[in-house]
Design a protein around this ligand. Structure first.
Ligand code: ADP
Ligand code: ASP
Ligand code: MG
Length: 401
C-alpha cells in the first residue's frame, strides 16, 4: 500500500510530538507500506513569522511573504527526517522545489497545477520514507508560492491523487470532523462519515479542520480522506462521495470570524447597478458571500455584502475609486461580524430548517444581520461578540445527544 499521511502544526510542535509522529509513520513502514509524510510548520511558527514580517513591513510584498513562510515547513520536514534516521529508518525530506510541485503564480494563494511524481517514486522504491513540505509550491518563475493558510491539507490530497495513493490520512489535534468546533461547543459529536459536498461547505464556511481546497481536490480525484488524531488511535472521520448513513438534517455548524460587512448606501435604483458593483469587485478577485439589497429612500437602494476580512480594505478602496460611477452615496465597512452557518444534505427536502435556526438565535437574544441560503446551507451574519453563544444554541437545536 502507498499511504499519504499529513500531520498538522500542533502534531509536530515539539521534540516529543516529532518522535510520536516518526514512530507512527515507522509503524506503517514496517508493515511493508510505502509512506509519504506531509508536514505543516511546527506549532505557531507560521503565525510567529507573519508577526515578524509585519513588524518589519506591514505591507510586505507577497512574494517575500511566501519565501519566508515556506521556511516553517522546511524546518519540520528536515527535523522529522533526522528523527527517523535516529530511529534507524531511512528517510528523506523534500521541499516543493525538489519534488517539483507546480502551482499558479499567485503568491499567498496559489493553486496546484501539476506535481511530478518521479523523485518521490524513486525515493520510495529505494526503501525510504519520503517527507514532503506542506503548504508550498513553485510557480513558473521558479519562485516559492504558498497555498493559503491551512494549505498543507491540500498538499497531502494533491500528492495522494498524483501518486494514486491507497489512502490519505489527515492527522490533527482533534479526533475527526465534529458537528461543530469541539473547542467552542464541548458537546459537539464526532461525525463518522461525511460527503465531499457537505465537508466542502463546512470547510468553506469556516470549519478549519480541513482546507477547503483539499476537499475540492479530493472530490475531483476521488481521494477518500480520513481525518483523525495524531495523539491517539481513535477512529476518525471518513470524507467520501456517498455515505452509508442517511444524511442528517444538519451535519454541522461552522463559524467564520474572518468576515467583514460592507454596506453601500443610496445607490440609484436602476438596472445594471448591482452588476457594475460586483463586476468591479470580481475584477479584483474579491470573493463576495452574503448579499442583501434593500430599498432606501427617494428611489435609491442599499446593497450590503460580506467579504473576507483580509480583502475588505481592497474592496473599499476599489469601490471608492468608482464611487461616482456606481452612484454610491456612502460606504460603510464593519469588521466586528461573523458568519454562522448550518450545513446538511438533508435540508433540501425538509421545510422549516431556517425557522428552527432563527428560533435558536431568538431564544438566546441574538440579532440576525443578514441571511443567505443554498440547497445545503443556511448562513446568518451576526455580531462577533454573539458568536460563541449563538453557535452553541444553534448546535443544540439541531444536534441531539
Ligand atoms: P492542523 O494544524 O492539524 O492542520 P487546524 O488547527 O488547522 O489543525 O485544524 C484543527 C482545528 O480545527 C481543531 O483544533 C478545531 O478547533 C478546529 N475545528 C473547527 N471546526 C471543526 C469541526 N467541525 N470539527 C473538528 N475541528 C474543527
Ligand atoms: N503552516 C501553514 C499555516 O499555518 C499551513 C498549514 O498549517 O497547513 O497556515
Ligand atoms: Mg490545518
Amino acid at each position: 500500500m502507498l499511504i499519504v499521511k499529513k500531520f498538522g502544526g500542533s502534531s509536530v510542535a515539539n521534540k516529543e510530538r516529532i518522535f510520536n509522529v516518526a514512530n507512527r509513520c515507522i509503524e506503517e513502514y514496517r508493515k511493508g507500506n510505502k509512506v509519504v509524510v506531509v508536514l505543516s510548520a511546527m506549532g505557531d511558527t507560521t503565525d510567529d513569522m507573519i508577526a515578524m514580517a509585519n513588524d518589519i513591513n506591514p505591507d510586505a510584498p507577497k512574494r517575500e511573504m511566501d519565501m519566508l513562510l515556506a521556511c516553517g515547513e522546511q524546518t519540520s520536514v528536515s527535523l522529522m527526517a533526522m528523527a527517523m534516521a535516529s530511529l534507524g529508518v531511512p528517510a528523506i525530506s523534500l521541499n516543493a522545489f525538489q519534488v517539483s510541485m507546480h502551482t499558479t503564480s499567485k503568491y499567498s494563494n496559489a493553486r496546484f497545477k501539476r506535481i511530478d511524481t518521479e523523485r518521490i517514486s524513486h525515493e520510495l522504491e529505494s526503501g525510504r520514507i519520503v517527507i514532503v513540505t506542506g503548504f508550498q509550491g513553485i510557480n513558473k518563475y521558479d519562485d516559492i508560492t504558498t497555498l493559503g493558510r491551512g494549505g498543507s491539507d491540500t498538499t497531502a490530497v494533491a500528492l495522494a491523487a498524483a501518486l494514486r495513493a491507497d489512502a490519505c490520512e489527515i492527522y490533527t489535534d482533534v479526533e475527526g470532523v465534529y458537528t461543530a468546533d469541539p473547542r467552542v461547543v464541548p458537546n459537539a459529536k464526532k461525525i463518522k462519515e461525511i460527503t465531499y459536498d457537505e465537508m466542502l461547505e463546512l470547510a468553506t464556511l469556516g470549519a478549519k479542520v480541513l482546507h477547503n481546497r483539499s476537499v475540492e481536490l479530493a472530490k475531483k480525484y476521488g481521494v477518500q480522506l480520513v481525518v483523525r488524531s495524531s495523539l491517539n488511535k481513535a477512529e476518525g472521520t471518513v470524507v467520501k462521495e456517498v455515505t452509508k448513513v442517511e444524511s442528517m438534517l444538519v451535519s454541522g455548524v461552522a463559524v467564520d470570524k474572518n468576515a467583514a460587512r460592507i454596506a453601500l448606501i443610496g445607490l440609484r435604483n436602476e438596472p445594471g447597478i448591482a452588476f457594475k458593483v460586483f463586476d468591479v469587485l470580481a475584477k479584483k478577485n474579491i470573493n463576495v458571500d452574503v448579499i442583501l439589497q434593500s430599498i432606501g429612500r427617494d428611489d435609491t437602494k442599499d446593497i450590503s455584502f460580506t467579504v473576507d476580512e483580509d480583502q475588505a480594505k481592497e474592496a473599499v478602496s476599489v469601490l471608492k475609486e468608482n464611487q461616482e460611477r456606481l452612484t454610491i452615496q456612502k460606504i460603510i465597512e464593519e469588521e466586528n461580524v461573523a458568519k454562522l452557518s448550518i450545513v446538511g444534505a438533508g435540508m433540501q427536502s425538509n421545510a422549516g430548517v431556517a425557522a428552527k435556526m432563527f428560533e435558536a438565535l431568538y431564544d438566546v437574544g441574538v440579532n440576525i444581520r443578514m441571511i443567505a441560503t443554498s440547497e445545503i446551507r443556511i448562513t446568518v451574519l451576526i455580531n462577533l461578540e454573539d458568536v460563541d453563544l449563538a453557535t452553541k444554541a444553534v448546535h443544540d437545536k439541531f444536534i441531539e445527544d
